[in-house]
Design a protein. Structure first.
Length: 531
């Protein structure tokens, strides 16, 4: 398994379980040539805003560059031997939550820290990943070290990742402070284009196209209406008018989507007086559908059962802006938000607040996120309420910075019976501490440690000037308690969540199919953009 096979399934899962993103990643019919070109242009508008700042032809060029990079990374990544060995060992230590092993395997020492820096870059038809950049003069060791740790990103796809770990001791036991900094060159995308793309995506998520209405006389519109209704007959007329034009714009991607699951709902109401729409989009993965093409993945998803159920709510001073849910029992996810003109409206005390300026991501803002989760493993049910995270968003002259911090210990409740018949109270008799106390201790170290900063992240988007390479820098820092009982518990969790090699192969196959579908859709859009 390699670093990209680890990260890509996460991105893919987000795309599949976030309907608003699915809309933007949205079959080629024999009648497709007769589809009005503005239907296709409308569906691709978020991508055009992001990739080409509104210029379709420029966007196609940039999306081709990204697609080519993804293909090389997926098919032709070459690892430095020691880097491959480290990644394999890293994954093994994370599976067993053996932080001591992780600490000792890091090759470089810097005071109390042990660390490793890995760089990646395109080199012709290969993507090389290792401790030095491709094409660097390996005869000059000092030069290699300078280039390796300079963090200089020069081209699309360039990557520099530094992980470092420090061992700490306290009354709670041995813990490890873990920090990771990842820098990536993402292309010539401006932050204004990112914001514009987000607004267009929200518009598409709630605004239908009347040409795809029930009484349409256009054969191509009728065809796509039938496809949407075949995917889920319970969708209402408003949902069909939203999904059918997106299907027409991204036919191959939506054909693939129907092999994975279904859209259950999109918009549940409009408010003509308030001028907003209520987006409550939901998507469900269906193992029986997935089993046809990805049997190992289907089996893995089916085995999750009641593993986790959770909700995330994001709010500001005016009220709740967004609610996300996920449920492993139903393999479904939802997005709940009120939208006006491509922007979010807050909800307070059950009412939509329309007398405030809609949230504009071009303004600096302070947000908070609250997570409630329920996890069930081997009959033991753990509930965590009030996992609070503060989010600070600030635009800059070069882009934007988003910082998050989790510093509050959530409420933790443990109940149920292991394997269905051993009460947790009996299990506690054989443990040095109660299960809930063990979890509370672990979370306390995480959110109160790191010199009191808790679990923190910092994401910076920067571009020196329009047309130049944009860069993303992501930093993560947290402290994790490491003892025998924590390792056992985390090992049980990882056994349920982390896919084995057979499942990973299915995930890689799905990623490949997703890239192929998008490439074919891009071919269709390119023809329209050239007109």
């Amino acid at each position: 398994m390699n670093v990209f096979s680890i990260l890509r399934p996460l991105g893919l899962a987000m795309a599949l379980t976030t309907p608003a993103l699915v809309m933007a990643a949205a079959p080629v019919l024999s009648t497709s040539a007769s589809i009005s070109s503005d239907v296709i242009q409308r569906g691709w508008k978020p991508s055009v805003e992001f990739s080409g700042a509104g210029d379709s032809k420029h966007a196609v060029v940039k999306m081709r560059e990204m697609a080519a990079l993804q293909e090389v990374v997926f098919k032709n990544t070459e690892y430095h031997k020691q880097t491959q060995e480290f990644i394999d060992e890293l994954w093994s230590s994370l599976e067993s939550f053996n932080l001591k092993k992780l600490y000792r395997m890091l090759p470089d020492e810097s005071g109390a820290w042990r660390q490793l820096t890995v760089v990646g870059a395109l080199d012709g038809e290969l993507y090389r990943l290792g401790p030095v950049r491709p094409n660097v003069d390996v005869s000059n060791v000092e030069k290699i070290d300078t280039v390796n740790r300079s963090g200089e990103i020069q081209a699309l796809g360039d990557l520099v990742s530094n992980i470092r770990v420090k061992e700490l001791s306290s009354e709670a036991g041995t813990s490890y402070l873990i920090q990771n900094n990842l820098q990536l060159g993402i292309g010539a995308f401006s932050w204004d284009a990112v914001l514009g793309s987000g607004e267009e995506m929200l518009r598409l998520a709630v605004e239908g196209d009347a040409r795809f209405g029930r009484n349409t006389k256009m054969p191509w519109a009728q065809d796509y209406r039938m496809k949407v209704q075949a995917m889920n007959p319970t969708l209402n007329e408003r949902d069909v008018e939203i999904l059918a034009p997106l299907w027409a714009a991204f036919p191959e991607s939506w054909n693939l989507l129907t092999k994975l699951g279904r859209v259950d709902d999109v918009v549940i109401e409009d408010d003509a007086f308030g001028g907003y729409q209520h987006l409550k989009a939901s998507f469900s993965l269906i193992p029986d559908l997935i089993d046809v093409n990805y049997p190992e993945l289907a089996s893995h998803l089916d085995s999750l059962n009641s593993l986790v159920k959770g909700a995330i709510e994001i709010e500001d001073d005016n009220g709740r802006l967004l609610r996300l849910t996920m449920n492993s029992t139903t393999l479904s996810g939802t997005i709940d938000a009120y939208i006006t003109q491509g922007r979010l409206l807050p909800v307070k005390n059950g009412k939509v607040v329309t007398n405030v300026a809609p949230v504009r991501l071009g303004d600096g803002r302070q947000f908070s996120a609250r997570v409630d989760s329920t996890m069930s493993i081997l009959g033991v049910v753990t509930r965590m309420k009030g996992i609070e995270t503060t989010i600070h968003y600030q635009p800059t002259e070069k882009g934007a910075v988003v910082q998050t911090a989790m510093t509050q210990v959530p409420e933790i409740y443990v109940e149920g019976a292991a394997l269905g018949f051993v009460p947790t109270a009996i299990i506690d008799l054989f443990l040095p501490t109660n299960i809930d106390e063990l979890m509370r201790e672990f979370m306390t170290v995480a959110v109160k440690g790191n010199d009191g900063k808790g679990i923190v992240t910092r994401t910076e988007f920067s571009q020196l000037s329009i047309g130049e390479l944009a860069k993303v820098n992501v930093g993560v820092s947290f402290e994790a308690l490491n003892n025998f009982m924590v390792r056992i518990g985390m090992g049980i969790v990882s056994d349920r969540i982390i896919p084995d090699s057979d499942v990973t192969k299915d995930i890689q196959r799905l990623i490949y199919d997703t890239e192929e579908a998008f490439s074919k859709d891009l071919d269709g859009f390119e023809k329209v953009a050239a007109l």
